[in-house]
Structure formats: C-alpha cells, structure tokens
Design a protein around this ligand. Structure first.
Ligand SMILES: CCCCCCCC/C=C\CCCCCCCC(=O)SCCNC(=O)CCNC(=O)[C@H](O)C(C)(C)COP(=O)(O)OP(=O)(O)OC[C@H]1O[C@@H](n2cnc3c(N)ncnc32)[C@H](O)[C@@H]1OP(=O)(O)O
Length: 224
C-alpha cells in the first residue's frame, strides 16, 4: 500500500500551509452549503457556474497526479490532509478536530450542515458510519494499536439531527494485532448512534512493525 510519504517539511512550513489551505478549503465548504441552499435566479446560477469553471481550470494548472495520501515529516508529525473526515484540504470533510489521549480515548465536537443530509433535516446513516469509522480508528491509533477496519457495526438508536454534535470513541480491548474499539455520536439529548469495530494491523504493516514476528510488542503509530 502506498500513500504514506515522508518529507522534509519544517514546523514553520506546516504552519504556513495550515494558514493557507485551512481558510481556502473552508470557503469551498461554504460553497457546497451555498450551492445546496441558494435561491438566486437562473441567470445568476449560470454566471456563477461560468466563474467556477474558470476557478477549477486555474487550480488544475498544477495538480498532484493522485490523492494527497498521508504525509509526515522527520518528527513524525502526520498530515492526513486529504482524509474525508479530518482532512484540512478536503472540503468533503466536516472536518473533525479530534482530541486524542494516549489511553486511546478520543473525542470531538463538530457541526454537520445541509451537505450531510439523508432523511429530511437528519444526518445520512452512511455519514454517521463514516464519522464513527474514523473515530474508532483514531482511538485505536491514539492508544498505540492502529489498524484497518475489519468490521464495523452500527446501532442507530435515534435519528441524528443536522447541527451541533459530539462524538467519542475508546479502545475496549486488544489482542495482539487486533483492537476492538467502541464509540458513539450524541446530540444535545444524548446518544443517537453507537458503534463497535475491529481494527487489524495489516500484514504489510506487521512486517514493518514486528520484524521478529512478535505481535505482543507495541506497534508504532503516527503522532499528530
Ligand atoms: C493502518 C496501518 C497502520 C498505519 C499507522 C497509522 C496510524 C494512524 C492512526 C489513526 C488514524 C487513522 C484512522 C483511520 C480510520 C479509518 C479506517 C478505515 O476506514 S480503513 C479502510 C477500510 N478497511 C479496509 O479497507 C480493510 C480491508 N481489509 C484488509 O486490509 C485486511 O483484510 C485486514 C487488514 C482487515 C486483515 O488482513 P490480514 O492480511 O492482516 O489478515 P490475516 O493475516 O488473514 O488475518 C489476521 C487475523 O485477523 C483476522 N481477520 C482478518 N480479517 C478479519 C475480519 N474482517 N473480521 C474478523 N477477523 C478478521 C484473521 O482471522 C486472523 O486472526 P487469527 O490470527 O487467526 O486470530
């Protein structure tokens, strides 16, 4: 698997890019929301479309060949900036700003607007799954037991309204390369969705992490 890429970015360069691409991507998120909710007239839609086509062409003048991947510098500072849940440069991502504890407990507060709608004024069930997949995976990673999602089970207890929400996740138990994590999404009234998942350190990562074949060792994780 490719996509993990080390580079020589200094903390100052990273701070510069965060300051540049953070607000840039935020405007694109605004654009998505405005596109769904606008009620301007037909001529205005056509005019805006033409301007946007010009803007896309300007950005396409210099592009990566593929997705952003996960980059990290020599200090191990990870930049999953294309990630669809937490990516700084991904306008699809809400994005989640996750607080991580080394015990494997993670939490965040976030806002889901019109772009995440499923049933009227409610969060799409697949979006809740997306968020919980990331949160459970982050819990596994924060606790030093990272893995790929092998199973993910969702319990939709109550409809999740669009708006201000919070999520948390934690490691329930580990066994060698396997980590079981649990988590939930809550609105102001309490839990709406619960999840449990199994995360497995894949073979390619095991070979890097345990050259001796001893999965009782703690595998590496990337710090943010
Ligand atoms: C991740 C690597 C580490 C990088 C470090 C970065 C840390 C960052 C920290 C945090 C931030 C990230 C947060 C991300 C969150 C989002 C995560 C996603 O959305 S991941 C995308 C969706 N998931 C996939 O696409 C998986 C696709 N499937 C696979 O890749 C493999 O099937 C995988 C890894 C799940 C297992 O492959 P095998 O080759 O390692 O498996 P075998 O060696 O055959 O089995 C090992 C053990 O696992 C069990 N096993 C395998 N698959 C299972 C399954 N699906 N269910 C139950 N058990 C399974 C087997 O029975 C075996 O168990 P026995 O040793 O016999 O006890």
């Amino acid at each position: 698997m490719g996509g993990f890429q080390q580079d020589e970015m200094t903390p100052e360069q990273i701070e510069h890019e965060v300051g540049l691409y953070g607000p840039f991507t935020e405007v694109v998120r605004e654009l998505v929301d405005a596109t769904i909710r606008t009620e301007v007239d037909d001529d205005e839609i056509r005019a805006v479309q033409a301007e946007l086509e010009d803007i896309v062409a300007r950005l396409r003048r210099s592009q990566l060949d593929g997705p952003y991947g996960v980059r990290f510098n020599a200090t191990g500072h990870g930049r999953p900036w294309g990630n669809s849940v937490v990516g700084l440069r991904n306008a699809i991502a809400p994005p989640l700003a996750i607080e991580r504890e080394s015990t494997g407990r993670v939490r965040c507060e976030f806002h889901l607007g019109a772009a995440y709608e499923g049933p009227p004024s409610l969060v799409h069930g697949g979006v809740s799954a997306l968020i919980l997949d990331q949160m459970l995976g982050e819990a596994a990673g924060a606790g030093g037991r990272p893995g790929m999602t092998a199973t993910l089970t969702l319990h939709y207890r109550r409809a999740t309204p669009l708006g201000d929400l919070r999520a948390e996740a934690w490691i329930e138990r580990t066994e060698g390369i396997k980590t079981w994590a649990h988590g939930r999404i809550e609105d102001a009234e309490g839990v709406t969705v619960e999840a449990e998942g199994l995360f497995i350190l894949p073979r390619w990562a095991r070979e890097l992490a345990f050259p001796t074949g001893d999965a009782a060792e703690t595998p590496p994780s990337y710090a943010e």
